[in-house]
Design a protein around this ligand. Structure first.
Ligand code: 3PG
Length: 307
């Protein structure tokens, strides 16, 4: 059995070492394709493997067509908008993710971005503090819960909106439930976004929501750039000079921000949310274990498609 790790953005060496230990102990053969720059390299690397572990690498129909022996693909991470799920199903390939394994890293990044911004980028000018301020969690899954945990430490007033999570779960995690999304944006100076990118959430945060935010609002997006309606974002930026946008990955309209809104944004050039040693190890080893468990025991933990 051959497992490929195909990562355009590689895991730390320690994570690879640990995967190797786990896979070799189980009798699997591990091969690596790291830091590749051309799709053709991925198409070739998948051609003879039984399983593949990826990060944000795109698993398209073309990749699946090339992967003649492929039975399992695991997205070492949470969001699987990079995997063509329907095509996996059509190719009889089981697709899985590893939810929760990199959530703390993403939650910490949300605060790292926020703190840097509200302290004026450490330039010497006076900033503001988090204690006593409102933070709104747009979706309350694994990352949202870690953000709530950290926000409690900062003494923040925490609100959350998530149609799939009960008020009790929010309360147990120190967050007050908002009954609709408008309420969240009306109440909270800081909003942290933690929902997946899909057909429903795509471009779902735009002018109508952002205009409700209080003075000196900061929108923190460590989820996906696709959930933002960038036209609406630019419209509110043009109208209000008190709003900031912090995003883990550059929006498509980055040039306009650079031309017009210096000091009111932070954009990472590579997705940094899961870029910690701990989360690399957690997600990578979990992915390897899920593959082994699938082949050895027929287990389909965290499967995201049904054949
Ligand atoms: C995720 O969905 O798990 C995160 O966005 C991490 O993505 P990455 O593995 O490409 O850094």
């Amino acid at each position: 059995m051959k497992i490929l790790i195909a990562t355009e953005k590689p895991f730390v060496p320690l994570a690879i070492r640990q995967i190797r230990e786990v896979t070799e102990a189980a009798g699997f053969n591990l091969v690596l394709l790291e830091s590749y720059t051309d799709k053709s390299e991925l198409l070739e690397a998948v051609s003879d493997v039984d399983a593949v572990i990826v990060r944000s690498d795109k698993i398209t129909s073309e990749v699946l067509d090339s992967a003649k022996k492929l039975k399992v693909v695991v997205r070492a991470g949470s969001g699987y908008d990079n995997i063509d799920i329907a095509s996996c199903t059509a190719h009889n390939v089981v697709a899985m993710n590893t939810p929760g394994q990199n959530s703390n890293a993403v939650a910490e990044l949300a605060f790292e971005l926020l703190l840097y911004q509200i302290r004026g980028g450490f330039t010497g000018k006076s900033g503001t503090e988090l204690r006593g301020k409102t933070i709104g969690l747009h979706a309350f899954g694994n990352v949202g819960k870690y953000v709530a945990d950290i926000a409690r430490g900062f003494g923040m007033d925490i609100y959350a909106y998530d149609p799939f999570v009960s008020e009790r779960v929010m309360k147990n995690n120190g967050a007050k439930q908002c009954i609709n999304i408008q309420e969240l944006y009306l109440k909270c100076q800081y909003i942290s976004i933690h929902m997946p990118s899909n057909a429903i959430t795509s471009k779902s945060i735009g002018y109508d929501l952002l205009r409700k935010m209080p003075q000196n609002a900061v929108l923190v997006n460590t989820a996906r750039k696709e959930v933002i309606d960038e036209e609406g974002l630019l419209k509110i930026f043009a109208e209000r000079s008190d709003i900031s946008y912090l995003s883990d990955i550059e929006p498509d309209c980055k040039n306009t921000f650079e031309e017009k809104y210096q000091g009111r944004f932070i954009f990472t050039s590579k997705k940094m949310g899961a870029q910690t040693e701990e989360s690399n190890i957690n997600a990578a080893v979990a992915a390897a274990r899920q593959i082994i468990d699938y082949f050895k025991n027929g287990k389909e933990k965290f499967r995201i498609n049904r054949l």
